[in-house]
Design a protein around this ligand. Structure first.
Ligand code: PLP
Length: 345
């Protein structure tokens, strides 16, 4: 048996999803005629409390569509320094959207208004004009950290006063909502757009959704087409997304409690460092600098024992709980890590 804690993106579709995919009524979505995609988009807009929504191939595509629809080439986009959009999206914000980045150093990825104020520059002929602020909730490199709902509002209101649009990279916004005990639409109400992923903890095989007002989504639909994301009978995958929204949100709490359990057990092991404050959802970042091996080597040793983890820097590994991990497997993962660390220490 393999215990896979590499990422929640590795979750497989449920039987109900596969059945829904087989039975989904289909049409050409570029013509707006796929009833299943239309239904998913309506559901998603309602969940996000936004006027409209757009089904996209991936979180990366959703974020890029948002950036390109909110801004013009040459504008400045304000991003958290460790944000996924900056770190892991192949520089699309600059290569394709033509944006100039301005970074805010957050606390484990979480920004506040004072931090944002520090990077603002006054209007000046030399500076690009900032038009967009991006917020990542949960914050991946921050450790799966969440923004308190009131902070989301505070930042959103501040950004609007500055004349910026606000986009939320909410790849795991449902994790944030479940962990904070509030409805998603409450969390995103002060943003102009939000992207969320169906293909992570929600277990759908493919797809993300971008939501916002009608005009914004109209522009984003055209950008998506330009990026090659007009997907024809996309209902075949959207069907799984509908099941994901209907059935997979509440259970994220289980992933959070398994992550917490693993983190609390791992910090008891000499040589492993975890900032427990950051273990707020389904991720655990483990610092292994005190061991005599690299993260790549540890990954290999754990793999030999049937445990898959991700090295994320030379001396750091990441574990992500997901629906394929129950409390027994969480327990088993701890035992495997403990044995290996005791061997190499
Ligand atoms: C915070 C965040 N945003 C965006 C994405 C991009 O999603 P995708 O892999 O579907 O492009 C990810 C993927 O892990 C993510 O963690």
């Amino acid at each position: 048996m393999v215990i896979n804690l590499r990422s929640d993106t590795q979750t497989l579709p449920t039987e109900e999803m596969l059945e829904a995919m087989r039975r989904a009524p289909l049409g050409d979505d570029v013509f707006g005629e796929d009833p299943t995609v239309n239904r998913l988009e309506e559901m998603a807009a309602a969940r996000m409390g936004k006027e409209s929504a757009l089904f996209v191939a991936s979180g990366t595509m959703g974020n890029l569509c948002a950036l390109m629809s909110h801004t013009h080439p040459g504008d400045e986009v304000i991003l958290e320094a460790e944000s996924h959009t900056y770190y892991y999206e192949v520089g699309g914000f600059s290569a394709l959207a033509g944006l100039s980045p301005r970074f805010v150093q957050g606390n484990h990825g979480i920004m506040n208004v004072d931090m944002i104020k520090k990077v603002i520059r006054p209007e000046n002929i030399h500076f690009p004009s900032a038009t967009l602020l991006c917020i990542e909730n949960t914050h991946n490199r921050g450790g799966g950290t969440i923004y308190p709902p009131s902070l989301m509002d505070e930042i959103g209101q501040f950004a609007h006063k500055e004349g910026w649009k606000v986009h939320i990279d909410g790849a795991r916004i449902f994790n944030a909502a479940v962990a904070s005990g509030v409805k998603v639409k409450e969390l995103v109400k002060s943003a102009d757009s939000v992207m969320f992923c169906l293909s992570k903890g929600l277990s759908a095989p493919v797809g993300s959704v971008l939501a916002g007002d009608q005009n914004f989504i109209k522009r984003a639909r055209k950008v998506r087409k330009m990026l090659g994301g007009g997907m024809r009978q996309a209902g075949v995958i959207a069907a799984a997304g509908i099941v994901a929204l209907d059935t997979m949100v509440d259970r994220l709490a289980e992933d959070h409690s398994n992550a917490r359990y693993i983190a609390e057990e791992l910090i008891k092991i000499d040589g492993l460092e975890i900032d427990l404050n950051t273990v707020q959802t389904n991720m655990i970042y483990v610092d292994i600098s005190a061991l005599n091996i690299t993260a790549d080597r540890l990954e290999l040793l754990l793999k030999e024992q049937g445990l898959l983890v991700s090295p994320v820097s030379p001396y750091q590994i990441r574990l992500v709980t997901n629906r394929h991990i129950n409390s027994n497997e969480a327990h088993q993962a701890v035992i495997i890590i403990k044995e290996i660390v005791e061997k190499v220490r």
